[in-house]
Design a protein around this ligand. Structure first.
Ligand SMILES: [Zn+2]
Length: 444
């Protein structure tokens, strides 16, 4: 086997993305607020896109690779450029072409049946999740959220204002490629439910209402206005229930206490064994009485092994889970609802985490950046353009995350045969930027 066949090639990665997802056309549609720039928004987009694909940890490293490697040629940029150009362009980046690209990528994935595998009773499943992207005690911008926090300083507790950005994202789950469909940023003074409602209203505008069928939601969203919207758009919901619905919780518990479990099951996963007793009720009213929902409860004994003084010993812990759902019992048994609910929970351990772990999102890059282009406001006055830096970077990260997952999990035979992780493939692709790009070696 030759070298070429044993490793993933950057040229075949780019070919796959150009052919399957129109990467080049989408890149050409990118816009920013600079006037007649020498380095196009397309080059800025492709540089940052590839840095996420390669899992470079920071702008500083991207800056180094742009100066010292052949990356500039691989992405077809006008000439070498650096960190300052990236930041100046991204601060005034237009978000619409980025969103349009993510929507198009997801539509293509769906047409290619990427979300087909892992459907639940033939239905596609998505989840809503909140995430914090940046927090800072010193820097803030016009769209920052803020809160008071207490922290220890020289042995004393001091109260301080912390600035942060938070978003709600909708992500496909169950499928191999767990792509994000859209995100909405919380606005100052707005809570997470407000942003979630905006997101849920926009999804059908972007994708049509039946892009997915079932929505997994956190306890936070167990509210009539969310359920109204979910039903109005034709989705079903599974909502994990915690102590935030005490009345519903108490009436469910009263019902369940009187009778034996409706189902039981033993599940083994990752060296863990779950013994579950599952109860299922007819509709119970939500606090305000506007919605009646089926409630499923699972009492679980989890058995794990641990090492104590060189000996394996197994130990048990007890867990309780409750979910509310609009799904009919005739099609979705309590066991299926439990599985859906647990998947929602597992979802917190990937996706956003994968994405943010490798980038220093906490360090506030681009956040509160004052160096950005000027534009005219409604009165014709010269003003700094609104800062889109953080939002643009997150969009590009989401697109890169989805497309590299599609390449590794759906396209690459090599990754399957050699059981390579996403990170291992990223390393192989990165190695190519130290070789001249094929387009330079053979023009045209
Ligand atoms: Zn801010």
């Amino acid at each position: 086997m030759s070298m070429k066949e044993r490793t993933h090639q950057l040229s075949s990665f780019n070919r796959y993305l150009n052919k399957g997802f129109a990467l080049r056309q989408h890149a050409a549609a990118m816009r920013d607020a600079r006037h007649d720039p020498e380095i196009s928004p397309s080059s800025v987009f492709l540089a940052l896109f590839h840095s996420f694909v390669f899992r470079l940890p920071s702008f500083q490293q991207l800056d180094r690779e742009l100066k010292h490697s052949h990356l500039v040629d691989w992405i077809g940029a006008e000439r070498p450029f650096g960190d300052d150009t990236l930041r100046y362009s991204l601060c005034g980046f237009h978000l619409e072409p980025l969103e349009a690209m993510l929507v198009d990528v997801n539509r293509r994935l769906k047409r290619g049946k990427a979300f087909h595998h892992g459907r639940v009773q033939g239905r596609l499943v998505a989840a809503l999740d909140g995430i914090e992207v940046v927090s800072s005690l010193s820097r803030c911008c016009e769209s920052c959220l803020s809160r008071q926090i207490k922290r220890r300083e020289n042995g004393r507790m001091v109260e301080q204002t912390q600035y942060y950005h938070r978003a709600v994202g909708c992500q496909m789950v169950h499928s191999q490629v767990r792509s994000f469909l859209a995100i909405e940023w919380l606005r100052p003074g707005e809570n997470e439910v407000g942003a979630a409602l905006r997101l849920l209203r926009r999804l059908p505008e972007l994708y049509g209402s039946r892009f997915f069928d079932i929505l997994l939601l956190d306890a936070l969203y167990a509210q009539s206005q969310v359920l109204d919207l979910v039903r109005q758009k034709g989705w079903d919901a599974v909502i994990s229930l915690k102590q935030n619905c005490p009345e519903l919780y108490r009436s469910a518990m009263r019902l369940f206490a009187r009778r034996p479990a409706d189902a039981s099951l033993t599940e083994r996963r990752d060296h863990k064994t779950y013994q579950c007793q599952i109860w299922d009720t007819e509709a119970l009213p939500l606090a305000d009485g506007a919605h009646c929902l089926r409630v499923v409860r699972s009492e679980e004994v989890l058995q794990r092994n641990r090492y104590r003084q060189g000996e394996v010993e197994s130990y048990l812990t007890n867990h309780e889970w409750l979910w509310m759902t609009t799904l009919p019992a005739a099609v979705f048994s309590a066991i299926v609802v439990r599985r859906l609910g647990h998947d929602r929970w597992r979802n917190e351990n990937n996706g956003w985490m994968d994405l943010t772990k490798h980038w220093a999102f906490k360090h506030g890059f681009l956040h509160a950046c004052r160096h950005r282009p000027q534009g005219e406001d409604e009165q014709g006055r010269r003003r700094l353009v609104p800062n889109h830096g953080l939002a643009a970077v997150i969009w590009i990260a989401l697109i890169a995350f989805t497309l590299s997952a599609a390449f590794v999990l759906r396209h690459s035979k090599l990754a399957r045969i050699q059981e390579l992780s996403m990170l291992a493939v990223a390393d192989q692709l990165l190695a190519w930027i130290w070789k001249p790009s094929p387009s330079i070696r053979s023009p045209g």
